[in-house]
Structures are given as structure tokens and as C-alpha cells.
Design a protein around this ligand. Structure first.
Ligand SMILES: NC(=O)C1=CN([C@@H]2O[C@H](COP(=O)(O)OP(=O)(O)OC[C@H]3O[C@@H](n4cnc5c(N)ncnc54)[C@H](OP(=O)(O)O)[C@@H]3O)[C@@H](O)[C@H]2O)C=CC1
Ligand SMILES: O=C1O[C@H](COP(=O)(O)O)[C@@H](O)[C@H](O)[C@H]1O
Length: 472
């Protein structure tokens, strides 16, 4: 059932202003937000409907690209918004929400608040009748800070919302090229026969950011790179690369295949952690934080998926803040040809590479060896040539969307395919908890690195010692 109300908790917060409201505007401007859908914002701030609308318009003006923002459209969009001030920690306000929202027409509730509020909010929603069959619940990450706390949140959710009405957000699944990975793998027949340990040398998944703490010091210092990015976005990308073909593009089929990969991840034990994991912290971190800290702002590791398809193929994962460039990509290096017929001439023979660029560019590139044009003496020389699948410019109506646009639309429509199931999130935490326990046992602390670099030198050395290098 499509929801006719979107109830947004944390409607005045950073995520709402930067991502959620602009995404809803994007859907509205593209006529994808169904006519009857109304958005009710809530938070503690005592705002009137009109004040909330003006705040929303201001956020849209700030956040949206100039050539997409339109004042008239923004005002029409704002007419769909209303606001009810509620302190989520006290029971009173929930009755006001229940009175104002017609549940029989379907409701999607989005919790964009600190996870510490989740349990109280959910219990109160249930108490006032806002958890019935027509109501769905979306939760922002982080779902806990380790496996036990994640299970606690998931139990509290399950007491009010069955799994099929629970939508856990991982905004990377809303990114265009992340979804394109599924199309690339499962809508083409040429890749599947070579998508395995017989043909793939290794996989790299890199998320490098130029930003630092961005005003989230308290949260970040408790989380670090492993819990902030690796636990969720990076393991989700790994699962999409490594999963078996699902029978169909349907929520349970897709998620069941992903969870098998997550459960097949080899735990990184204390004896392997110093060799297979690099931790770093950018040089300005303690200064920004105002105290010394052992929190990692960089992590690189070698992961293994212990199953038939991937036996012996390393997955190198790397993420850091304050690195040289902003880049998210999945890099797949195929094995070299088994025998070079060109070995008698001075011919370069590079392995094929598939690069799925997620941001800042959205692009898929396959690098192939071809003949260098010309009349080389004594044979031929070879060169690497890219085959590009580019989004930008390829479709006249293409617009770079915020990842949440896809997710908001799917939430309203009730399609959970691109949301994370409970067993996935818990398998992700199990992997991260083991990893962190191992590095604590091994007494590892982060190596310092210069802001604007590619992270600690050890990260380059560790992949080099396997005879490989990062695709920078
Ligand atoms: N910001 C980001 O880029 C990202 C954020 N997230 C996650 O999203 C969630 C929200 O993050 P963010 O927007 O940055 O957080 P903010 O601190 O900016 O916003 C929190 C929101 O919750 C409201 N709030 C706080 N306490 C209460 C309360 N007792 N009752 C009702 N409302 C309350 C605040 O409004 P008021 O003060 O008016 O009550 C505000 O609207 C967090 O879990 C965060 O980890 C995840 C990924 C990225
Ligand atoms: O979830 C998070 O993601 C952002 C990075 O998102 P992106 O879409 O800009 O790649 C990260 O900066 C933040 O620390 C983390 O909480």
C-alpha cells in the first residue's frame, strides 16, 4: 500500500535539511511524489507550519544546485509540508501525532534522530496506534554501535513493526551506480562466466573523503571509520559485488543472497589483524576534537569471502577522512592472460580492469588491451583502451540525484529491496565486532597520516606486499 503521509522525526536536523527535504523536493519537482502525499515534520523545536515551511525552503535554496532549485516549485512543495512539535522522550506529543495522521491511508515514518531515541519513539508510536498494518518504519543508521546494541534496537523495532514493514536505510543502496552494479552483473551474460576466483585477481572498494569531522565530533569519535562507513556502506557494496544471482529482483531474493556473502566473510582474528588491517588517524584530528584519541579515521583491510566462488580472491577495502580526493569506486582486476603470444616483442600486457565509479563521477569503465595503431616493426605494440558507460550526457533527462530520492520513493511505495534486512545488519556488526576485538587484543593504534594524503604509508606497503597497488 502506498503511504499518503510521510512522518519525519528529526525534521529540523542536519540530515533532513541537507538530504531528506531536498530529496523530497526532487521527487516533487520531477512529479514522482504522488499528489496525495503529505509530509509531516516533527522535532522538539516549537515551530508553526509556516515557520517549518520557510526553514525547509531555506534549506532547499542552500542545498540544491542553482539550476534545479525553483522558487515557485519550492513554494508549491512547501504547501505539502506541516509540522507538529513533539518531544519524543515524553508521551504527550504522540497523541497529537496520532490525531493528525490518517493511518487508514498509509503512513511511512522516518526516524532521522539519534538512535538513542529509537526505542522510546517506537514504543510510543505503538501505544498511540501509529504502528498498525498500514504503517512502515524507516530507520537511519547507525543501527546500534555493536552487535548487542543493534540486536536491542532490532528487538524494540520488532515488538512494534514486523520485518516486512521495517526499512533500514543504507543510503549507498540509493546511489545510481551502486544499483547499476546489479544491472551490470545480472543483465549481461558476458560477465557472469568470469565473475569468480578463476578469472578475478582481486577486488578493491575505496571510499575516500576529503571532509573531516564536520561538526559530528561526539558521534564520530565513538564510531571511527570502521563503524561509521565500513560496517554499513562498504560491506553492502562488497555484498553486491560478491553475491550469487538472485532468482528475481525482489526484496527477499536480493537480500537473501547478500546475507549469505556477509555470513561468509572470514572473521579477522588477532593473529591476522596486524598483517591484514591498517588503521590511521589524520594529523589534525586530535586538534579538531580537542583531546587525544585512538579513534581511526582511516581503515584499510584485506577481506575474504570464504565460499566456492571467491576462494583465494582478496577484497581490499579502504576508507578514510581527509584524504587526497573524494572518490568512491569499486575496482575489479581480472587475471592476466594465461600465456602471452606477444611475449617475443616488447608489448605491454596489463590485466583487464573494471572500474565502477560511484562518485564524484558516475561511470563504469572496462579497460581492454588493444593494438596501438601503426606499423610497429617486429610485431605489434599494445595499449590499454577504456570502454566507458557514462551516465552524464548519455540521457537527455539525466539528473544526478541524491541517493535518498530513490529510498524515499521506495519507502512511500513500500518496496524494501534497497533497504537492509535485520540479518544483514547483524552479520555486518558481527564482522566489525570481531575485527575491533582483534585489533584491541593486538593493541593496535592508528598510524598518523597527513591530511590531504592517501592515508598512512603502511596502507600502500600492505597491498604492495601482495604484489598489488591501490587504483589511485
Ligand atoms: N547528518 C548526516 O549527514 C548523517 C546523519 N545520520 C544519522 O541520522 C540521524 C540524524 O542525524 P542529524 O540530522 O545529523 O542529527 P541532528 O542532531 O542534526 O538532528 C537531530 C534531530 O532530532 C531532533 N531531536 C533531538 N532530540 C529530540 C527529542 N527529544 N524529541 C524530538 N526530536 C528530537 C532534533 O530537533 P530538535 O532539536 O528541534 O528537537 C533534530 O531535528 C542520526 O542518527 C545520525 O547518526 C546518518 C548519516 C549521515
Ligand atoms: O554515512 C555516512 O556517509 C557519509 C558519506 O556519504 P557520501 O554519500 O557523501 O559518500 C560520511 O561522510 C559520514 O561520515 C557517514 O556517517
Amino acid at each position: 500500500m502506498r503511504s499518503s503521509t510521510l512522518l519525519l522525526f528529526g525534521a529540523t536536523g542536519d540530515l533532513s535539511r541537507r538530504m531528506l527535504l531536498p530529496s523530497l523536493y526532487g521527487l516533487f519537482a520531477d512529479k514522482l511524489l504522488p499528489e496525495d502525499v503529505r509530509i509531516v515534520g516533527t522535532a522538539r523545536s516549537k515551530l508553526s507550519d509556516e515557520e517549518f515551511r520557510e526553514n525547509a525552503i531555506e534549506a532547499l535554496r542552500e542545498r540544491l544546485p542553482k539550476d534545479f532549485y525553483n522558487e515557485i516549485t519550492a513554494r508549491k512543495f512547501a504547501a505539502r509540508l506541516s509540522y507538529i512539535p513533539v518531544d519524543a522522550t515524553t508521551p504527550e506529543g504522540y497523541d497529537k501525532l496520532a490525531e493528525a495522521i490518517p493511518i487508514e491511508k498509509g503512513v511511512s515514518i522516518f526516524l532521522s534522530t539519534a538512535p538513542s531515541l529509537f526505542t522510546t519513539v517506537i514504543q510510543n508510536l505503538k501505544r498511540v496506534g501509529l504502528a498498525g498494518e498500514t504503517v512502515r518504519l524507516a530507520l537511519e543508521k547507525p543501527i546500534g554501535s555493536d552487535l548487542p546494541t543493534s540486536c536491542e534496537i532490532n528487538d524494540a523495532v520488532a515488538a512494534a513493526f514486523p520485518e516486512e514493514r521495517t526499512f533500514r536505510i543504507d543510503h549507498y543502496l540509493g546511489k545510481e551506480t551502486v544499483q547499476n552494479l546489479l544491472a551490470l552483473r545480472f543483465a549481461n551474460s558476458i560477465l557472469e562466466p568470469v565473475w569468480n576466483a578463476g578469472h578475478i585477481d582481486h577486488v578493491q572498494i575505496s571510499v575516500s573523503e576529503t571532509v573531516g569531522l564536520e561538526g559530528r565530533a561526539g558521534y564520530y569519535d565513538d564510531s571511527g571509520a570502521s563503524r561509521d562507513m565500513l560496517q554499513n556502506h562498504m560491506l553492502q557494496m562488497l555484498a553486491l559485488v560478491a553475491m550469487e544471482p538472485p532468482a528475481d529482483y525482489a526484496p527477499e531474493a536480493v537480500r537473501a543472497e547478500k546475507v549469505k556473502v556477509l555470513k561468509a566473510l572470514r572473521p579477522i582474528m588477532p593473529d591476522a589483524v596486524q598483517k591484514d588491517v591498517i588503521l590511521g588517524q589524520y594529523d589534525e584530528y586530535a586538534g579538531e576534537l580537542g583531546k587525544e584519541s585512538d579513534t581511526e579515521t582511516f581503515i584499510a583491510l584485506k577481506a575474504h569471502v570464504d565460499n566456492w566462488r571467491w576462494g583465494g580472491v582478496p577484497f581490499y577495502l579502504r576508507h578514510g577522512k581527509k584524504l587526497e580526493t573524494r572518490k568512491t569506486e569499486i575496482y575489479i582486476q581480472f587475471k592476466c592472460v594465461p600465456h602471452s603470444i606477444f611475449s617475443n616483442v616488447d608489448a605491454r600486457m596489463d590485466p583487464n580492469e573494471l572500474i565502477i565509479s560511484i562518485q564524484p563521477t558516475e561511470n563504469i569503465r572496462l579497460k581492454l588491451m588493444t593494438k596501438t595503431p601503426g606499423l610497429d616493426r617486429g610485431g605489434m605494440s599494445l595499449r590499454e583502451v577504456p570502454l566507458d558507460v557514462t551516465m552524464e550526457g548519455a540521457f537527455s533527462d539525466y539528473r544526478r540525484r541524491i541517493a535518498y530520492e530513490r529510498l524515499m520513493l521506495d519507502l512511500i511505495e513500500g518496496d524494501p529491496t534497497l533497504f537492509v534486512r535485520r540479518d544483514e545488519v547483524e552479520a555486518q556488526w558481527a564482522y566489525i565486532d570481531r575485527l575491533r576485538a582483534s585489533w584491541l587484543t593486538a593493541k593496535m593504534t592508528p598510524d598518523p597520516y597527513t591530511s590531504g594524503s592517501w592515508g598512512p604509508k603502511a596502507s600502500t606497503d600492505f597491498i604492495k606486499s601482495d604484489g598489488r597497488e591501490w587504483n589511485d
